[in-house]
Design a protein around this ligand. Structure first.
Ligand code: PBG
Length: 327
């Protein structure tokens, strides 16, 4: 017999003891469900994201109802905008009769208790597929873009958004949006800032879903370099000073150390986005029978929480909530 004082296995000896000593857990309250909406009347599956689809307005209402029944109380909307409505300045982004405002009105009316989150960025509306306005020489114009983003945010608030979520990564947009919302009387509308959003290859399936890939170049002059973590802290400081209510790290799985660093740098709630490519990997391996879907999904979400995220945006939100209910 070994003469051991420390036997950590004693705390793992039964389900009860393990549950009692568990440091991190997941609940449906921690999950935000991203949804894709389009103009069409049918539901169009997204090939690289099995289980996800572009929804009609009716389909969106059904999905939102399902989410509430599953215990997921927050959704974030992403529009697939018709090509004809896209332009160089993305002006459709602040059309009060546009797809997102109509979706917000419909959801707000049917489900007053559902938390409605909207994405602020120009890419779904931009003929160039960029999050900002593109100058003739290909540069992305920061301050001109921020002006349009402010209009987009106010338009969404007017249509019923509870939380505005700028994902564009322009400098100064959080403060400008806060000012624009307040000036329009929306002091209670919150801002969930995509604070540390990386120029990641994991957004591929999302861009398929919205047909929103950049027509030229990449997003590296506004989204962050995946090698950086100190820079994330600089972004946190800026967004916090500008009035962000919550900050986000995106993607989640490959950036757990960034989530941890951000958690330690701010008292604000931290969100993390398990993005389309992370979903696609888990889904593909599961469909092939190579991974146990339920276990890997719950493990990946637990890892993101353990790293320091309070809330997680995930395409698995409904499914995960159901698994958690089953226990
Ligand atoms: C657009 C936006 C993107 C995502 C959320 N908002 C794509 C991008 O920046 O190119 C990605 C989400 C995902 O991959 O699930 N501003």
């Amino acid at each position: 017999m070994l003469d051991l004082v420390q036997r950590p296995r004693r705390n793992r000896k039964s389900a009860w003891v393990r549950a009692m000593t568990r440091e991190t857990w997941l609940a449906p309250d921690h999950l935000i469900y991203p949804l894709f909406v389009h103009e069409g009347a049918e539901t169009v599956p997204i090939a690289s994201m099995p289980g996800c689809a572009r929804l009609s307005l009716d389909g969106l209402l059904r999905e939102a109802e399902g989410a509430l029944l599953d215990g997921v109380g927050a959704v974030v909307l992403f529009p697939a905008v018709e090509e004809a409505l896209r332009g160089p300045r993305g002006d459709e982004a602040h059309n009060p009769d546009g797809l997102v405002p109509r979706a917000l009105h419909a959801l707000r009316e049917r489900f007053p208790e559902l938390t409605l989150i909207t994405d602020v960025a120009l890419d779904p509306y931009s003929s160039a597929g960029h999050d900002g306005i593109v100058a003739p020489d290909g540069r992305i114009l920061n301050d001109e873009t921020v002006e349009v983003l402010c209009r987009q945010a106010v338009c969404q608030a007017r249509a019923g958004a509870d939380i505005i979520s700028p994902s564009d990564m322009m400098d100064g947009r959080v403060g400008a949006i806060r000012g624009a919302l307040d000036a329009a009387g929306f002091t209670e509308v919150s801002i969930l800032a995509y604070t540390a959003k990386y120029a990641s290859a994991f957004y591929g399936p999302f861009r398929d879903a919205l047909d929103s890939a950049p027509k030229f170049g990449d997003k590296k002059t506004y989204q962050m370099d995946p090698g950086n973590v100190r820079e994330a802290l600089r972004e946190v400081e800026a967004d916090e000073a500008e009035g962000a209510d919550m900050v986000m790290v995106k993607p989640a799985g490959p950036f757990l150390d960034v989530i941890r660093a951000v958690r330690e740098a701010t008292a604000l709630p931290v969100a993390a986005y398990q993005v389309s490519g992370e979903y696609a990997m888990l889904k593909a391996a599961s469909q092939n029978g190579w991974l146990d879907e339920r276990r890997v999904v719950l493990e990946s979400l637990t890892g993101i929480r353990r790293a320091g995220a309070d809330v997680i945006l995930t395409y698995y939100a409904r499914q995960a909530a159901r698994w958690l209910r089953e226990g």
